[in-house]
Design a protein around this ligand. Structure first.
Ligand code: FNR
Length: 363
């Protein structure tokens, strides 16, 4: 029962029990050796907290502001594909949970419910994540539908010119169902005799020529702010600033694209330094504890996004499971702040310093 669950990681065990192997592997897996997948978690664990005591923490402010929208805690929902493979209510349940938690969900381009269905399922602030296909008319169609449906920002995923090699999906011959947003625009049924049709489908459709120059094109088709997801270097952070990104998401796609990229928490400071305070920097990858959120905030993130734990919560308990995951992370963050001597999640980064060889956050 959800009530007996005391940590986010326990939902992974329940999800594994609830899901067919093919789907569990699709959600849990990463690219090739899964080095980055593991590092995302392990590098958080290497950072040690040095708390301050005798601080009045009787009142703790958890809320933050993302592009002008106030959310109850600096923890948002990352865009992840095909929630209906995890639970029959899919993204509609996830969106209701996001609304109940007063946070922002980023709806995936590859969702199993349409932008319109998800928008009308609740009145939460939602962003829409975009992949750019060779057929640019699809991006135009979806961005304009998202804008019309009330989404507040476009999140351009920049790390997927081709799909990473996810060996579990190849072995399981993972099949992509018809993507709901593309109904009537494109069939997603691409046959593959080699294994995963996901890989064949993505490689046939994704536009590998997408480049920094195309941000101007994207801006020309929407008035919404554009965040760029998948930044891991100061150089690309600087470029994102130059092309007018409204925000940056430090992400390695949860270790599903290029393997042996650094853990996101390891490169966060570098990106934050390049960006200055011009736009919000968000981070995803490996966030499983409130202490992880705290560490990301201390190193300069405005908020974190959570990917797999949300799917595991959904698979195990539907909307209630997603709510539980988000609440647990928020409660753990609040406790961490109290025990570390912090009253506000907004000022964390002002007080942090990091010792490079033996990472330690001095509060
Ligand atoms: C993803 N991710 C992803 N990203 C994106 O931009 N569009 C997408 O459709 C998806 N789909 C997707 C499916 C699944 C099953 C996973 C696990 C991930 C990446 C996602 O947004 C995020 O970067 C990572 O999930 C963050 O890492 P954690 O929290 O899963 O460790």
């Amino acid at each position: 029962m959800a009530d007996e669950i005391v940590s986010v990681n326990e939902f992974q065990v329940l999800a594994r029990q609830a899901l067919p192997k093919m789907y569990y592997d699709f959600y849990a897996g990463g690219a090739e050796d899964e080095h980055t997948l593991k590092k995302n978690v392990q590098e958080f664990q290497r950072i040690i907290l040095q708390p301050r005591v005798l601080v009045d923490v009787s009142s703790i402010a958890m809320s933050t502001n993302i592009l002008g929208y106030t959310i109850s805690a600096p923890i948002m929902i990352a865009p992840t594909a095909m929630h209906k493979l995890a639970h029959p209510e899919g993204e509609l349940a996830t969106a209701r949970a996001a609304a109940a938690c007063n946070t922002i969900m980023i709806l995936s381009f590859s969702a199993s419910a349409s932008v319109e269905e998800v928008a009308s399922s609740c009145n939460a602030v939602q962003f829409f994540q975009l992949y750019v296909y060779k057929r640019r008319d699809i991006a135009v169609n979806l961005v304009q539908r998202a804008e019309k449906s009330g989404y507040k920002a476009i999140v351009l995923t920049s790390d997927t010119p081709r799909l990473g090699r996810r060996e579990a999906d190849i072995k399981n011959k993972m099949i992509v169902p018809q993507l709901k947003n593309l109904e009537g625009l494109m069939s997603t049924a691409v046959a593959s005799d080699k294994g995963s049709n996901l890989e064949a489908y993505a490689n046939e459709t994704m536009d590998p020529s997408l480049s920094w120059r195309d941000i101007a094109w994207l801006k020309s088709i929407t008035n919404l702010p554009i965040l760029i997801k998948g930044i891991l270097t100061r150089e690309d952070a600087t470029k994102a600033m130059e092309v007018g990104a409204a925000g940056i998401i430090v992400s390695n796609h949860g270790g599903r694209q290029l393997d042996y990229t650094p853990a996101t928490i390891s490169v966060l400071e570098e990106v934050v330094q390049a960006v200055g305070r011009k736009v919000p920097v968000l981070l995803d990858g490996g966030v499983r504890r409130g202490t992880d959120v705290f560490k990301a905030l201390a190193l300069g993130a405005q908020a974190v996004l959570v990917g797999r734990p949300v799917i595991y919560g959904l698979a195990a308990k539907g909307e209630a499971g997603v709510r539980k995951v988000m609440h647990m992370l928020k409660d753990e963050l609040e406790l961490t702040m109290a025990l570390a001597g912090y009253r506000s999640s907004r000022i964390l980064k002002l007080h942090s310093s990091i010792v490079s060889d033996h990472p330690m956050l001095t509060c």
